[in-house]
Design a protein around this ligand. Structure first.
Ligand code: PHE
Length: 356
């Protein structure tokens, strides 16, 4: 063994070597630590009661008495160094965490508000709601009938037997020879009356979609909407019909609107009439919309045909009734000055949101 001052025994040398390696690996490891939890585990692994450095200190007893302080000091120096490093790392981790949460939770309460983008109700919906209100105000209830109908309901019960020329007026979508997409809301007259089971008075409207095999153009669309109306009682007269139509026209188009009824033909009403209103665009003076007549057709109407009353479960010798059917799109176009029915079905929000 070397007699030089400061020379140490082999076990002491090896223990010092271990401490040196431990220092290196501990410091590298510390670099990779990214959470407080990992840092705590690191502390326990090196400095805990069962930690690596503590284990080294325990082995001091294996060394000769005079060598213990030298190795012990080295070990304590490392403990102190690691404690300092842990403190630094801890502070750094807390700073990073704080910076992250400040970043994440920043909120400038002085910024101006941002409104929701809201849709608007479709002009047809708005018009229909108004029309329903008007008729409900006159004592009508609302009956929803079906869109897929039997040929019988859509035609036969309405006095239009197979082969009747009136069928040609409405190009029909057939699902099969017995089933159609309703071409008019008039079958709702029969279904509605049947739900009243003979009770009086009958007074309801039937709003809804109807289908016709027409190519779309400015005034036609294969799907559109009608509002049917019917009233049945012991003494309903044509003048009751006049009042209802007049009242409706004034409420919907404005108080100075005039109406007129021209003789017409429908198989399910007798007599039948075509209802016209004074032109909503030129107010009767004459323009291209009313074709310089001053009048616009808006509905078909008439006294309910005895055959139809009977098919609805009512005795035409005891009761009379009137009925009418109007086109929702046409009414809405005339009210709002819209000149192409296809706009309603275009899904163009620039058009649609104008009427909110
Ligand atoms: N259903 C007829 C049509 O679509 C309108 C109408 C209804 C006429 C009720 C008279 C009575 O043309």
């Amino acid at each position: 063994m070397d007699e030089n001052k400061g020379s140490l025994s082999a076990p002491a040398m090896s223990l010092l070597g271990e401490i040196g390696k431990m220092e290196q690996s501990a410091l590298t490891e510390l670099e990779t630590i990214s959470s407080e939890q990992e840092l705590e585990q690191f502390r326990t692994r090196y400095l805990g009661r069962k930690g690596l450095l503590t284990a080294v200190l325990r082995r001091l007893g294996e060394l000769p008495q005079e060598e213990r302080p030298v190795v012990g000091q080295r070990a304590n120096a490392l403990r102190q160094k690691l404690e300092e490093e842990i403190t630094h790392r801890d502070e750094a981790l807390r700073r990073e965490a704080l910076a992250r949460s400040l970043e994440r939770e920043q909120l400038d309460v002085t910024l101006p508000g941002i409104p929701f983008r809201r849709g608007t109700l479709h002009p047809l919906t708005l018009a229909l709601r108004q029309i329903l209100d008007i008729f409900v105000g006159m004592g009508f209830s609302v009956f929803e009938s079906r869109e897929v109908e039997t040929d019988e309901m859509n035609f036969v019960f309405l006095n239009v037997p197979p082969g009747h020329p009136a069928r040609d007026m409405q190009a029909t979508f057939y699902v099969n020879p017995e089933v159609v997409l309703r071409t008019q809301t008039s079958p709702g007259q029969i279904r509605g009356m049947r739900t009243y089971e003979g009770r009086l008075p009958v007074r309801f409207i039937v709003p809804g979609r109807v289908y016709r095999r027409d190519p779309a153009d400015v005034s036609h669309h294969p799907v559109f909407h009608q509002i049917e109306g019917i009233a049945v009682d012991r003494d309903i007269s044509f003048r009751n019909l006049v009042w209802v139509l007049e009242e409706f026209a004034r409420k919907f188009f404005g108080p100075d609107t005039r109406i007129r009824l021209r003789p017409s033909y429908f198989p399910f009403t007798e007599p039948s009439a075509e209802m016209e209103v004074s032109c909503t665009i030129c107010r009767g003076k004459g323009c291209s919309v009313c074709k310089y007549s001053g009048w616009l057709e808006v509905a078909g109407a008439g006294m309910v045909h005895p055959v139809v009353l009977r098919n609805g479960g009512y005795d035409p010798d005891e009761v009379t009734g009137f009925a009418f059917g109007m086109g929702l799109e046409r009414l809405t176009m005339l009210k709002l000055g819209i000149d192409d029915i296809r706009l309603f079905y275009s899904c163009d929000t620039r058009f649609l949101r104008q009427f909110a």
